[in-house]
Structures are given as structure tokens and as C-alpha cells.
Design a protein around this ligand. Structure first.
Ligand SMILES: Cc1cc2nc3c(=O)[nH]c(=O)nc-3n(C[C@H](O)[C@H](O)[C@H](O)COP(=O)(O)OP(=O)(O)OC[C@H]3O[C@@H](n4cnc5c(N)ncnc54)[C@H](O)[C@@H]3O)c2cc1C
Length: 579
């Protein structure tokens, strides 16, 4: 992905972004997504009514223009050794490069700081790594010269994992893997592919599809996020029901650590050769080494991809439907259930309805409310992707059909399903647009057993209201939930939380405190700290609740053995200051 097509700090592509029109509608610019290019008149009124604030009277906040950055902390002996070993264009001390590689996409601690505040610490330089051999040479030099290395994939982290530890005194080199973007070997008969770790999801999938294959791993960030980043964060894609999570898709990997290169000669779909270090490298969050290559398991490109949507009387009925579906063995590739606020949010991004469209919508609404008795303020919706051979898709459809009558659900049509999936790509653009109006948003994702899900949803909503009042934020909070992934034992709940911070002193710190309180509520009610975003630094305060003393000791011992000098000093998870 050429960097000139990407926003350096905000989310996404430079040609895509929400703009406010004179008539108070908004438009998503560009033509990358199906919701681009038309005015959305219902969005601002929706935001104003959900948050009980008025945007129309506000001036958008001006972004801080980045001035000259503080001089980099140069370890001259290391810089000289680097210059001897690598072409000069592989190392950058450029301010813009340094700033871009000093943060991820966490809202308050990263994007908000870059655009409207200041990051407390910056990378001193960026190294554009070309492959495993270069990584080996780099890591050796860094260890010899006591330099800190921070792996950087697509920069889409939402856990502060890419934030530079504020108390790091050594020279910090961000290691960008963007040039490690090749498919090394495609084994058609064995259905696997060896790739360099910096390849983005979108590039990999495009190349695989051209050869008749798919990996099927599609996190919402897949336009930018990379194979290395997925492994390092334990990522999960929207079609995990069919293809699995990242740990199900990786057969083996190569990781360059200060101790040496970690590789297991596997070469087979599954091995029983004792404990595998492999498993401990998922979720390593840049703490142990640089992932340079991975062998991934493929599936044939699907013959058929079909979208569908469902409407439920309310969110609780939708959850019960998913729980029942999860007991069977045939699941759609993806099924995502959104609650009523999120359903209405999706409606607010529709174009103005005129003529026959308006008439059709009134009729549909009438049918829903009068005939089916659905309350528009309560109903919930699911977007669905059915994928596989034509036969498999028919079977997936039948599994849905069987449950629909029992739960009183109705089909909402393929177009609404397809649109629902496209919307997920627009959400981060909306976050950045609203930030200009002092509206801050964050997401919390968790996984929980089925019997905790409804309680967690209720308690999170209650906590958002309590915390909002405690810190004196204006208006009311927006909190919505969607169930994004299902398992036989439970599901992943993904909350979106928004609030106005207009006129609030130290608003970023206060919102951060609210976020932590919400995470505590999730944990207290049986949820996990994260289903797929990882710990990074954002959730590190909860570590004592996650690991037993013995577990913690083993992990720390592993870090000491692999990286005694704390070269990989990102300080993520429990490896704060590389203890
Ligand atoms: C809009 C949006 C949508 C998202 N949707 C999803 C989703 O659906 N599912 C999901 O799982 N996540 C999602 N995320 C979170 C994020 O995309 C994932 O955590 C992703 O796996 C990060 O990959 P990356 O390549 O961008 O890594 P980065 O953000 O660059 O890095 C993340 C961490 O991995 C480490 N790392 C990166 N590359 C390597 C490497 N080669 N070797 C060692 N360590 C490395 C970094 O040091 C850092 O600790 C989303 C984020 C955003 C902003």
C-alpha cells in the first residue's frame, strides 16, 4: 500500500473522509465504498438526538499543525553501523515518518493526541525492513548497541501497542514491515502459502483470489493491517465462522529474536512434537521479536458469496437466535447482530428518500410495525454473509430458515446485508469526523459465555450513563452493542461508546478514566478483557486479574531468555520495562 494514499494519522485513505455540506448533510468522499458520494441528511440529526447535543452551532476544531519534532535521540555508533550495513534509503529520520510510526489508531491516547495535542514520546527513526536476513542483521546490531526496536505493521493497533514507552531512554527505531509484502511460495496442492509478514490483508487476498484461493481472514482493518500484525495481536476476522481466527490459519512462522531465529520445521498440517513455542507467539505484541514470515492455510475461493439480513423484535431475541444457531454445526461465514441504536445509526447513513423510495420505506415500516408488531425503537438486525460452494450456501441458508419462524425474525433483504458489511469500513472515518466536533468515541470488544451476554450489555449501558454523569460530560452517552462472532460456548460483543467532551477540562484524561471503568464492568460481569484487540498498554492495568503468579513468572522468564537486553522494548502486555 503506497503511503501517499493513506492518511498519515487519521484513519484510512486520503480520498475518503466525511465532510459536512451546507445543508447540514454529510457525504463520504471518494468512491471506494458503496456509501460514498451521496448526501446523508439524517446523520447529523441522529447524532444530535442520540447524544443530546447540538453540532449545528459549533465550529469544527482546528487540527494542530505539526511543527518541527524534537531532535531524534541518535545512538551514533549504531547509526554508523546501520549506514554500513544497509542502503541509506532504508533508514528515515524524517519528522513525518517518525510521527506516523509513533502511534496506532486508539482514539484518545493516540489519534486525538496527534491531531489536537501532543504525543509524549516519538520514535527516533524508522527502518524499512526488507526480509528475514535483514531483520537478523538489524536485531544483532540493535542488541550490540543497546537500541530499542518496535515492530510496525499496518499501524492499525487499537491498544496503544505502538505507543513509544514514555520513559524509554535508548534510541527507538520503529521497524516498518511494509516492504516485506511478497508471497514467497504458493503450494497449490497443499493449499498453503508462505508470505512475508508485512503483506496487508487486502493485497494478500487480491493475489490469492487471482489464483483461485482465499485465506478468508477479514478483520475490518484488512485494507491496511498485516499478517505480522494479525499474529502479534491475535486477530479475528468477520468470517471466522468459516475460516477460523488467525491462530487457526497459521501453520508455522519465522520470528527473529535477539536469542536467534525462532523456526520449527513443521511442514505438516498438525504435529505432536511436544510443547510448541509457536502458540506463545500469537499475541506477542512486538515484545519477543520480529515476525518475518508465515505459512498460512488456504481454502478454495468461494463459488458463491451471498449477503442477507434479518430483523428481530429486539436485541434479546436476536441473541437467543444466535445462541440456538451456535448449537448446530452449520453457520453462515459471518453473522453480526446489531442492537437498536446501531440499527438506527445505519439508517441515518442512507440517502434522502424521495418519491417511490420514500413510499416503499413507509410501506415497509407500516408492515413491520402494524402487521408484525415490531417497535422501531426496539428492533435489532443481523447482517449475514453466506459463503462456499453453491451447495454449502444452500445448506447455510436452510439452517437460518429453520430458526427464523421460531424466533419471529424476518428477512431484511440482501442489499441491507451487503450495505451492513460496507458500513463497517466507514465507522473509523466517522470517528475522525466527529472528533472535530468534540465528540469522542471508543470501542470495547469482549468475549463472554452465553449466560453473561445480556447482563454485560445491560451493565455496560448503565455504567456509561453513570460515568458520563460522574465526569460532567454534556448531553448523554451513546452506547451500542453488536455481536460480531459466535462460538458454541459464547460470543464476542463489540461496544461502541461516544460522548461529547465539549467544554470539559482535561477531557481526554476523563474519557480515558471512563473507558477503564467500562472495561472493569465488563470483567466484573464475566467478560474477557479483549476478544481480538489485545492488551498493548491500554489494557495492561488489568493484567493482575488475568494471570496467576506462576503464569506471569513463566512469561517473564520467556521474555528474559529470548530478549535479555529488552531490545524489543515496546513494553506491551506484562512486559512493561522488560522486567
Ligand atoms: C477501523 C479498525 C477496525 C479493526 N477491525 C479489527 C477486526 O475486525 N479484527 C481484529 O482482530 N482487529 C481489528 N482492528 C485492530 C487491528 O487492526 C489489529 O490489531 C491488527 O491485527 C493489527 O495489525 P497491523 O498490521 O496494523 O499491526 P500494527 O498496528 O502495526 O501493530 C500491532 C502490534 O503488533 C506488533 N507487530 C506488528 N507487526 C509485527 C511483526 N511483523 N512482528 C512482530 N510484531 C509485530 C506491533 O509491534 C504492535 O505491538 C481494527 C482496527 C481498526 C482501526
Amino acid at each position: 500500500m503506497p503511503n501517499d494514499q493513506r492518511e498519515p494519522h487519521r484513519w484510512g485513505f486520503t480520498d475518503s473522509g466525511f465532510v459536512l455540506n451546507e445543508d447540514n448533510s454529510v457525504t463520504l468522499t471518494g468512491n471506494r465504498y458503496s456509501i460514498c458520494g451521496y448526501p446523508m441528511p439524517y446523520f447529523i440529526p441522529f447524532v444530535e438526538s442520540m447524544l443530546n447535543v447540538s453540532l449545528s452551532t459549533m465550529q469544527p476544531r482546528a487540527e494542530r499543525q505539526p511543527g518541527r519534532l524534537p531532535e531524534p535521540n541518535r545512538n551514533e555508533a549504531f547509526c554508523a553501523a546501520l549506514a554500513q550495513k544497509f542502503p541509506v534509503e532504508q533508514v528515515s529520520f524524517d519528522d513525518a515518518d517518525r510521527l506516523r510510526h509513533s502511534h496506532g489508531q486508539t482514539t484518545v491516547d493516540e489519534v486525538y493526541q496527534v491531531l489536537y495535542g501532543e504525543l509524549p514520546k516519538l520514535a527516533d527513526a524508522v527502518f524499512y525492513c526488507g526480509g528475514t536476513e535483514q531483520a537478523q542483521a538489524l536485531v544483532q546490531l540493535a542488541a550490540e548497541h543497546d537500541v530499542c526496536l518496535l515492530p510496525y505493521g499496518g499501524g492499525t493497533s487499537v491498544s496503544n501497542a505502538l505507543r513509544i514507552p514514555a520513559d524509554e531512554r535508548r534510541m527507538v527505531l520503529a521497524v516498518d514491515t511494509g516492504r516485506m509484502n511478497r508471497i514467497i511460495r504458493l503450494e497449490r496442492d497443499n493449499m498453503r502459502v508462505t508470505v512475508q509478514s508485512g503483506i496487508s490483508g487486502a493485497d494478500l487476498e487480491r493475489q490469492l483470489r487471482a489464483q483461485g484461493f482465499t485465506l478468508g481472514h477479514e478483520p475490518d482493518s484488512s485494507e491496511f493491517s498485516t499478517v505480522g500484525g494479525w499474529i502479534a495481536t491475535n486477530a479475528s476476522g468477520m468470517k471466522k465462522n468459516r475460516y477460523g481466527n488467525i491462530e487457526d490459519l497459521v501453520e508455522s512462522m519465522t520470528v527473529v529474536s535477539p536469542l536467534g531465529t525462532l523456526q520449527e520445521s513443521v511442514g505438516a498440517p498438525r504435529v505432536s512434537s511436544g510443547s510448541r513455542l509457536h502458540h506463545l507467539l500469537f499475541g506477542s505484541e512486538g515484545n519477543f521479536g520480529l515476525i518475518t514470515e508465515a505459512v498460512l492455510k488456504l481454502r478454495p475461493a468461494p463459488e458463491v458469496t451471498r449477503y442477507q439480513s434479518l430483523l428481530f423484535r429486539d436485541f434479546a431475541t436476536g441473541i437467543a437466535f444466535l445462541q440456538e444457531l451456535s448449537k448446530g454445526s452449520v453457520w453462515p461465514a459471518s453473522i453480526r447482530l446489531v442492537d437498536n441504536p446501531q440499527f438506527r445509526f445505519a439508517q441515518s447513513l442512507k440517502p434522502a428518500q424521495k418519491g417511490w423510495t420514500a413510499c416503499k420505506h413507509s410501506l415497509q415500516k407500516w408492515l413491520l410495525t402494524m402487521l408484525k408488531g415490531f417497535d422501531p425503537e426496539k428492533l435489532a438486525a443481523a447482517t449475514i454473509v453466506l459463503e462456499g460452494s453453491a451447495h454449502e450456501v444452500t445448506v447455510q441458508h436452510r439452517a437460518l430458515d429453520r430458526l427464523i419462524r421460531r424466533y419471529g425474525a424476518i428477512y431484511g433483504g440482501a442489499e441491507n446485508g451487503r450495505r451492513g458489511y460496507q458500513l463497517t469500513y466507514a465507522i473509523a472515518y466517522i470517528r475522525d469526523f466527529l472528533m472535530r466536533y468534540d465528540l469522542i468515541g471508543e470501542t470495547y470488544e469482549t468475549s463472554a459465555p452465553w449466560d453473561c451476554i445480556r447482563t454485560i450489555c445491560d451493565e455496560v449501558k448503565r455504567a456509561a450513563e453513570l460515568e458520563h454523569a460522574r465526569y460532567g460530560f454534556p448531553g448523554k452517552p451513546y452506547i451500542s452493542a453488536r455481536i460480531t462472532q459466535i462460538y458454541p460456548t459464547g460470543a464476542c460483543i463489540y461496544f461502541t461508546h461516544g460522548a461529547s467532551i465539549h467544554g470539559v477540562d482535561n477531557a481526554d484524561q476523563k474519557f480515558h478514566a471512563v473507558e477503564q471503568a467500562m472495561r472493569a464492568v465488563i470483567l466484573a460481569n464475566g467478560g474477557s478483557i479483549s476478544h481480538h484487540h489485545g492488551i498493548g498498554k491500554l489494557r495492561a492495568a488489568f493484567i493482575p486479574q488475568l494471570y496467576s503468579d506462576a503464569t506471569r513468572k513463566v512469561l517473564l522468564a520467556m521474555k528474559r531468555e529470548l530478549d535479555p537486553g529488552n531490545v524489543f522494548g515496546a513494553g506491551n502486555n506484562l512486559f512493561d520495562r522488560g522486567q
